[in-house]
Design a protein around this ligand. Structure first.
Ligand SMILES: [Zn+2]
Ligand SMILES: [Zn+2]
Length: 244
């Protein structure tokens, strides 16, 4: 199907809905738009230097200690923003308020970010929720951005390629080793869809990148050629999510 046509239809749907129910900004709550210019300008990117592989900010460039000890399964991980407001507010809203239009609005900035990475990717796969969590929430917040992002980038979108083999507890408050253990063998992938393809794997927030590495491992085991990973936000040590 023509991606452009699909995109205009999708976009038109939201323009129509905005006319019926005027939106508020997902970052600051001001009325009139889903992601206002002020918030767009306040997005705090990850500044150099950071780890060449996992993208974690550090004192020098090169590989961080963890990547030196053991390379993650994904090739590279980069994050669009630091886990601070207004992005933090927007992600909260996506997760708990089902603001699909906000996902579409964020995908605009995120697609520019992915474009400049120049990765040889050909399909977008969001990290899935476990069955129980999906039942509770009714939707996957990562898909809210991943779907419109794939349309903007002209890439295939495959939300059902990855499956959670089991429920995992939240990674918040766990050490790096505990995080790795918590998500070990947590995923399996549908080999027919990923065979020989280069995947853009996407999650909303990453800390150590353990979830993405575990999911990438499943994709590679099912025949994916390569896996590149992005998250919308990166939680850093001062955000209170225990890292080491
Ligand atoms: Zn705003
Ligand atoms: Zn690293």
């Amino acid at each position: 199907m023509n991606a452009n046509w699909q995109y205009h239809l999708y976009k038109g749907f939201w323009v129509g809905l905005d006319w019926l129910f005027p939106p508020v900004c997902g970052g600051c709550g001001s009325p009139g738009t889903r992601w206002c210019l002020g918030c767009q300008e306040k997005v705090q990117g990850i500044e150099n230097p950071f780890c060449d592989v996992c993208g974690l900010p550090q004192a020098n460039s090169g590989l961080c200690d963890r990547c030196q000890q053991k390379r993650p399964s994904y090739k590279l991980l980069r994050s669009w923003a630091v886990f601070e407001s207004p992005v933090r507010n927007a992600l909260h809203r996506l997760k708990y308020r089902r603001d699909v239009g906000l996902g579409e609005a964020l995908s605009n900035q995120v697609s520019s970010f992915v474009d400049q990475l120049n990765w040889p990717i050909d399909m977008v796969v969001p990290i899935p929720l476990g069955k129980e969590r999906f039942k509770e929430r009714g939707y996957n917040q990562v898909a809210m951005v991943a779907m419109p992002l794939s349309i903007r980038l002209g890439l295939d979108y495959h939300p059902t390629v990855l499956i959670r083999a089991r429920e995992t507890r939240s990674q918040v408050g766990l050490t790096a080793a505990e995080r790795q253990e918590n998500v070990r063998n947590a995923f399996f992938a549908d080999g027919k869809k990923v065979d020989g393809r280069t995947v853009l794997l996407m999650d909303d927030v990453s800390t150590t990148g353990a979830t993405l590495s575990s999911a990438a491992e499943a994709l590679l085991a099912s025949g994916a050629h390569d896996v590149f990973a992005i998250t919308l936000a990166r939680a850093l040590p001062h955000h209170g999510l225990k890292i080491v």
